[in-house]
Design a protein around this ligand. Structure first.
Ligand SMILES: Cc1cc2nc3c(=O)[nH]c(=O)nc-3n(C[C@H](O)[C@H](O)[C@H](O)COP(=O)(O)O)c2cc1C
Length: 255
């Protein structure tokens, strides 16, 4: 890589860009309406209510245990996750913890509380859910069925650049970004914080997995266009930024 190219790419990690943003000219300052914090549910969608009893005694494990046991898991048991497990993982990684002055406060932090990410699930083997692609509608803690598909394993493996574990878990989380939610307030200074936000979501998923005897593996190496097409997103205003496979694991699974 040429020195100049490297310099330009590294600039993404820095915050010089903030000084160049004219915050009087952002869409928020210009009075444009705030983008919705959640995607609309298409008419006649199939909605799945997720169990809301998230305080099951089984899920109450010490935080120190969750942190010390957290590791990336790429080998999963055949045992399915339950809908309760999935509900807990969604809440912990991207759910709502409170509502204040009409704004959702989430279980993960986000720059300016803008939350430019959406969570999708590619369900392979979950008790109580047909295999297929779903979107998490966090305001009502429901899943919106995008489409059923019993043969997602191979597609997920392909989406993850032939990383076979991506199609062998119980489900794979796929996170998209809708950058305008952040751009509306932060303009050109939006992109790094969206990436940071994705890290928080995935870390909460890893920790929550410890409470449901599951393991996760983050996936940032994926085929962009294929992954976007798999979800049916346009690749411009919404596109995949991160994934994580999840499955039940043995208590002392080394990998
Ligand atoms: C941003 C990010 C991207 C990652 N992408 C992949 C990936 O595409 N494939 C993979 O097998 N592991 C991936 N991992 C998992 C790392 O390889 C793993 O976290 C690292 O080896 C440390 O192991 P540990 O998580 O068990 O502590 C990723 C982790 C992070 C945080």
């Amino acid at each position: 890589m040429e020195k100049e190219e490297r310099k330009q790419l590294r600039a993404f990690l820095k915050d010089h860009i903030r000084k160049s943003v004219d915050f009087t000219q952002t869409d928020q300052s210009l009075g444009y309406p705030a983008p919705s914090p959640a995607k609309k549910i298409p008419e006649e969608s199939t909605l799945i209510d997720l169990p809301t009893a998230l305080d099951k005694p089984d899920y109450q494990i010490p935080l120190s245990k969750a942190i010390s046991r957290r590791q990336s898991h790429r080998k999963y048991l055949k045992e399915p996750l339950t809908l309760e497990d999935v509900s807990f993982l969604l809440w912990a990684s991207h759910g709502v913890r409170a509502k204040s002055a009409g704004h959702f406060l989430r279980t993960v932090p986000s720059a300016g509380n803008r939350h430019a990410l959406e969570t999708y699930l590619a369900v392979l083997n979950v008790k109580g859910l047909e295999p297929g692609i779903y979107r998490y509608h966090f305001p009502t803690h429901q899943l919106v069925l995008a489409f059923q598909n019993k043969k997602l394993g191979n597609k997920l493996e392909r989406a993850a650049l032939k990383q076979s574990f991506a199609g062998r878990g119980s489900l794979t989380f796929i996170w998209t970004a809708l950058p305008y939610r952040m751009e509306w307030r932060y303009g050109e200074a939006s992109y790094k914080v969206i990436a940071i936000d994705a890290g928080h979501v995935c870390q909460n998923l890893y920790l929550a997995c410890e409470a449901v005897h599951a393991g996760a593996c983050a996936i940032a190496a994926y085929e962009q266009d294929y992954a976007d097409q798999l979800l049916g997103v346009d690749g411009e205003d919404e596109f995949v930024v991160y994934m994580a496979s999840v499955g039940k694991v043995k208590e002392s699974c080394p990998d």
